[in-house]
Design a protein around this ligand. Structure first.
Ligand code: SAM
Ligand code: DTB
Ligand code: SF4
Length: 332
């Protein structure tokens, strides 16, 4: 017998964009079991708790990025083992999207190591977006900074989501990236929102940030004019050669706490358990799902780093009685 509520948004549960810092701080201070109970209850107002949205990632242009993001293996400034690759051909991207669809993914996300795409590059990428859209998948892209005109161009090609992360708090941000500002990020998010694209915006945990930085980052996301439709929460993958290669792992309970607070602040959004799952136990992932995570990346690679293999992911979902979320009617 199923005790799941219908997977529709509830009108009786408020979706607020006026959270105060104090309110967010209080959520972080709740005893863990109280926080989890509240977060899971909020989750059930909006989602079937036994469904998980599955996305697949492809790096369509790899490495040699001029930015200096301290976590990133793709920055030209750091000596990592990565092989640089030019922008992929459209047909090759279509073949990879078909394979992802066969593997259960309903959303296909194309990532490029750009500071900002140039006109010719964007033209080739819009052809990829159109083709993937025509396969019946939701489309997502993450290409760096965009202005409004570029966002419009992607929207016209059939792009559903644009991923652009805040990554951390405004005050910790300069410790992580110096080649573009927090305001640049907010400007791109505005252009994307105003073009009518759905926003995918999250962050990375385990970069040496404080609890206050986590509070500030979630507060910024939850007080944007509209909540991001998807909120990826990444655990830092410490890649050899990057400045953060020796960063200390975030405590798993602190990680779950962030998932739960994100669920409470943005109750109708998909919260994605993103990078870092290869080093999370099944129990930890199960706790994240209970706390409100309801989206993951499937496939052996994220962009350039490893992700759990699909077979073990499928077994995990089976053990938990969870199933992939079908594409919603009208979502394309
Ligand atoms: N260049 C574009 C940009 O930065 O917006 C798109 C690609 S970038 C790789 C997308 C996101 O991946 C980053 O914003 C960051 O949150 C995440 N990411 C990159 N390297 C990571 C790592 N080592 N561990 C966890 N997340 C990472
Ligand atoms: C996001 O927040 N996480 C994904 C997606 N958005 C593009 C990327 C994770 C990348 C991890 C490092 C890598 O594989 O290169
Ligand atoms: Fe470039 Fe994006 Fe990596 Fe930063 S995160 S170095 S912008 S690919």
């Amino acid at each position: 017998m199923s005790i799941s509520p219908p997977p529709t948004a509830s009108s009786s549960y408020p979706v607020r964009t006026d959270w105060t810092q104090e309110e967010v701080t209080k959520l972080f201070a709740l005893p863990f079991n109280d926080l989890l109970f509240q977060a899971h209850s909020a989750h059930r107002h909006f989602f079937d708790p036994n469904q998980v949205q599955i996305s697949s990632l492809l790096s369509i242009k790899t490495g040699a990025c001029p930015e200096d993001c301290a976590y990133c293996p793709q920055s030209v400034r750091y000596q990592t083992d990565l092989e640089n690759e030019n922008l992929m051909a459209v047909d090759d991207v279509i073949a990879r999207a078909r394979a992802a669809r066969k593997n259960g993914a309903t959303r296909f996300c194309m990532g490029a190591a750009y500071r900002r795409p140039k006109a010719g590059q964007l033209e080739q990428i819009t052809a990829m977006v159109k083709a993937v859209h025509d396969l019946g998948m939701e489309t997502c892209a993450t290409l760096g900074m965009l202005d409004r005109q570029q966002a419009d161009q992607l929207k016209d090609a059939g792009l559903d989501y644009y991923n652009h992360n805040l990554d951390t708090s405004e005050s910790y941000y300069p410790e992580i990236i110096t080649t573009r500002s927090y305001q640049d990020r907010l400007d791109t998010l505005r252009a994307v929102r105003e073009a009518g694209l759905k926003v995918c915006c999250g962050g990375i945990l385990g970069m040496g940030e404080s609890r206050q930085d986590r509070i500030d980052m979630l507060h910024t996301m939850a007080t944007l004019p509209e909540h991001p439709g998807s909120v990826p929460i990444n655990q830092l993958i410490q890649v050899a050669g990057t400045p953060l290669e020796d960063a200390t792992d975030i405590d798993p309970i602190d990680f779950v706490t962030v998932i739960a607070v994100a669920r409470l602040l943005m109750p109708a959004s998909h919260i994605r358990l993103s990078a870092g799952r290869t080093r999370m136990s099944e129990e930890m992932q199960a706790l994240c799902f209970f706390a409100g995570a309801n989206s993951v990346f499937f496939g052996e690679k994220l962009l350039t780093t490893d992700n759990p293999d699909s077979h073990s992911d499928r077994l995990l979902l089976q053990k938990l009685g969870m199933r992939p979320e079908p594409l919603r009617a009208g979502s394309l």
